[in-house]
Design a protein around this ligand. Structure first.
Ligand code: KG4
Ligand code: ZN
Length: 365
């Protein structure tokens, strides 16, 4: 064999059971993901008990498929990396137990990694090494955070959401608009034929130079736009305004329930909502890049699959003349290649865990 360092990564923190083999933190040899989306769709969100049970059922075959795809025998592996935080505790535990079992059986080092940091490490997959310091904007269903990155393993939090995550906002908005689950792709699709200037939704930028995010006001603005402001009477315009400035000539049914909206009106609302989320993310990302003098911008997490966000961040990077690392879609959504990549950098720094490694549901930092 060559002297490459191959890490097997395992991810199970939410609703994807995933295993990947990655060489030297960048070359993906196999990337297998078993998604549970169909199991959770009818509940409109991830049901933790269903998720952990589905992980148990999928994990062995996902690992076997990844090993077969990569054609790498266990004795050629350098380590087992696994997400041990943050996530749904029952889900994280399944991947962690599988990783411990493999590490013990094959006599390999075990490396626990932070799922959110792993989203940032995805920037180095299938590409050139990243130039640091970098600013990483990681937005997913559970997290929306800006980091200053000195390396793949040294991240410091610059700002985070004070309420909903960006992906959560998309998921809740899709429910309000009676669109499918998961909400992000559904809103993006609905927004395709829409006019984002039709509804002026608020951009919550918080005080001063804050790098934190807030999306709950935007969600409420959407809810009021669709269903009306609670307690407001239609014949009393001064009690009617709501947080979004309604352009009633183009939204005749605003406030009357989604059933009264035409497909074009739904497209306009979806496009306007998406634009408000993207604007807030872009503005804070710009502030962070300027504060950090970033040499690279990294975008990661499931919401980084959003075409409008990708194009806004591409435009920002060009304007600021900062190289952008935009992982391909498969590495934005939850996957284990990013876990193996981050595991590689831990290994290089000698950061190895014992079989006592614990799972944590929440971690800040
Ligand atoms: O990173 P991820 O796969 O799982 C978590 O760690 O949460 O992110 C899932 C989130 C969901 O909220 C989903 O609606 C959102 O990413 N998402 C998108 C898109 N694709 C997935 N949001 C906006 N536009 C998309 N195209
Ligand atoms: Zn994620």
């Amino acid at each position: 064999m060559t002297d490459r360092t191959v890490i097997l990564g395992i991810e199970s923190s939410c609703d994807e059971t995933a295993c990947a083999l990655v060489a030297d933190g960048r070359t993906v040899l196999a990337n297998v993901v078993a998604s549970q989306i169909d199991m959770h769709a009818r509940f409109g969100g991830v049901v933790p008990e269903i998720a952990s049970r589905a992980h148990v059922e999928a994990v062995n075959s996902v690992i076997e498929r990844a090993l077969t795809q990569a054609g790498v025998p266990p004795e050629s592996l350098a380590a087992i990396a696994v997400t041990n935080q943050p996530g749904l505790i029952g889900s994280v535990l399944v991947g962690l137990m599988a990783a411990k079992t493999l590490a013990w059986t094959w006599g390999l080092p075990l490396i626990g990694v932070n799922h959110v940091y792993a989203h940032a490490a995805a920037a180095g997959l299938d590409g050139e090494p990243v130039d640091y310091p970098a600013v990483a904007l990681i937005c997913s269903g559970g997290h929306t955070a800006l980091y200053r990155c000195e390396s793949p393993t040294r991240l410091s939090l610059l700002g985070t959401t004070i309420d909903d995550a960006a992906g959560e906002a998309f998921d809740k908005a899709a429910k309000i608009l009676h669109l499918s689950y998961p909400g992000g792709p559904a809103i993006q699709k609905a927004a395709e034929g829409g006019d984002e200037t039709k509804v002026a939704f608020p951009r919550s930028l918080l005080r001063g130079a804050s790098l934190d995010f807030s999306f709950s006001g935007l969600k409420t603005a959407l809810l009021y736009h669709v269903n009306g402001v609670p307690g407001a009477r239609a014949d009393h315009p001064r009690r009617q305004p709501g947080p979004a400035r309604l352009r009633r000539e183009s939204q005749p049914h605003a406030g009357e329930g989604i059933e009264r909206f035409t497909p074009q009106e739904i497209a306009d609302v979806a496009a306007s909502f998406q634009a408000a989320v993207v604007d807030a993310l872009r503005i804070k990302l710009r502030r962070a890049c300027e504060a950090v003098c970033a040499k690279t911008i990294i975008l990661g997490g499931g919401v980084a699959a959003n075409a409008a966000l990708r194009s806004a961040v591409t435009g920002l990077a060009e304007k600021l003349r900062i190289p952008l690392r935009l992982p391909k879609l498969a590495y934005c959504l939850d996957n284990a290649a990013m876990v193996a990549a981050l595991g590689y950098y831990h290994l290089r720094e000698g950061k190895i865990d014992t079989l006592e490694l614990e799972a944590n549901a929440t971690v800040r930092g």
